[in-house]
Design a binder for this molecule. Structure first.
Ligand code: ASP
Ligand code: MG
Length: 408
């Protein structure tokens, strides 16, 4: 039998969804129902919740270096256990199923230990299994390099596995089953008025994921956009009660209204370095940012004051908190010193493709923040986003007031 791959769907279940034997049995029922009603499916699963953290913890009692063969081999084992259990649960309820490690499902990656990138996918084996009437259950988060060594894709990477598999199979859809009911206009724990978003564009989701929204791994959204794979975010626990409402992330089309602001998010993982009294003639911008990029530091916002009399200016830039040590090392190596390092800051961001066709959005953001006496430390914009860095103590108020102003 030749499999018409356009009819395949990929279903991914996150750690909480497979967090216990009862939950795995619940997932098996969802898979069974969908397989019987909709035909061929591939399943991707994460490790049981807490398992990867446990393995990373064990490893770190022995070594801090997470870019080793052994780190990959160890942390990839969480998924090995969960897919074996899920396939067993499926077989037990009469759904023929086969558990596969990443490499057996055709995930070939580069050799970057602890954060490998998928280089290509060989779906022949998995297509064969599907065409024999089995449901493959694939270990997310992992693959193997060209020598056969197990690799992992970085924390949270099983979303990326699922979307990559869906793209390679030209699947109709990639459903990400998780413990939230979709993507919200803001974190409902902070904004009581937040609403579930029904549709959003790849672009918006990409911005949100990289601005700190935790719901999808940023790399999974990049792949979805590149291969035009529609992704739905669904709640596993509601799905087992028959509710399939969630958020669909897809290309922009006529069905999508484009509100000015689709969603807001916050990111606490930010350190702001300020260097004062720099001499224009010292060429610091060039030397410092070259050094930072050599160290692999991800620089986000850069603010560079006008050069005053005497050729002096102030420079501020932000990086993730984990990179503070690397930044200090880079500064030292250039004989520079930050006069201030702020870590008690939060970046509040508004995202929406509608910003392209509306002017005055930044003005409204600034008005609202100033009316609420919220200090703006610095700000950055792109075509479809505005971010303001504010003191951590004011971040929740900023998020709530901006949300309620832009998302009525
Ligand atoms: N189990 C891995 C992690 O906890 C991958 C994932 O869940 O997406 O990071
Ligand atoms: Mg995840």
């Amino acid at each position: 039998m030749v499999l018409d791959s356009h009819t395949v769907k990929v279903l991914k279940f996150g750690g909480t969804s497979v967090g216990s034997i009862e939950r795995i049995q619940n997932v098996a029922q969802i898979v069974k129902r969908r397989f019987e009603n909709e035909g061929p499916l591939c399943v991707v699963a994460s490790a049981m919740s807490g398992e990867t953290d446990r393995l990373v913890g064990l490893y770190k009692t022995l070594s801090e270096d997470t870019q080793t063969f052994e780190y990959d081999l160890l942390v990839a084992s969480g998924e090995q256990a969960s897919v074996a259990l899920l396939a067993t649960a499926l077989n037990a309820i009469g759904v023929k199923s086969r558990a596969l490690l990443g490499y057996q499902a055709g995930f070939v990656t580069n050799t970057e230990r602890g954060r490998a990138k998928i280089q290509h996918m060989d779906t022949s084996h998995i297509s064969q299994i599907c065409s024999e009437g089995f449901v493959p259950v694939v270990a997310g988060f992992q693959g193997a390099d060209d020598k056969g060594y197990i690799t992992t894709l970085g924390r949270g990477g099983s979303d990326t596995s699922a979307v990559a598999l869906a793209a390679a199979l030209k699947a109709d859809l990639c459903d990400i089953y998780t413990d939230v009911s979709g993507v919200y206009t803001a974190d409902p724990r902070i904004c009581p008025n937040a609403k579930r978003i029904e549709h959003m564009s790849f672009e918006e989701m990409m911005e949100l994921a990289s601005l700190g929204a935790k719901v999808l791994h940023p790399r999974s959204v990049e792949i979805a956009a590149k291969y035009n794979t529609v992704v739905r975010v669904l709640n596993t626990f509601e799905a087992s009660k028959g509710n399939t409402m969630g958020t669909t992330v897809g290309p922009i089309n006529d069905l999508f209204e484009s509100p000015v602001v689709t969603a807001l998010t916050t990111d606490k993982n930010l350190a702001l370095f300020t260097l004062r009294d720099l001499q224009e003639s010292e060429n610091v911008l060039d030397r410092l940012f070259t050094r930072l990029s050599q160290e692999g530091v991800i620089v986000d916002i850069i603010v560079h004051s006008a050069v005053h009399d005497g050729g002096r200016y102030t420079l501020s830039f932000s990086t993730p908190k984990d990179d503070i040590r690397l930044v200090e090392k880079s500064l030292n190596s250039l004989d520079l010193k930050a006069s201030q390092v702020d870590t008690d800051l939060v970046k509040v961001s508004l995202v929406g493709t509608g910003m392209r066709s509306h002017s005055g959005v930044a003005a409204r953001v600034f008005q609202i923040l100033s009316q609420n006496k919220i200090k703006i430390v610095c700000t950055t914009t792109s075509e479809i986003k505005i971010s303001c860095v504010v003191p951590a103590s004011q971040a929740e108020t900023a998020l709530r007031t901006l949300h309620d102003e832009f998302i009525p």
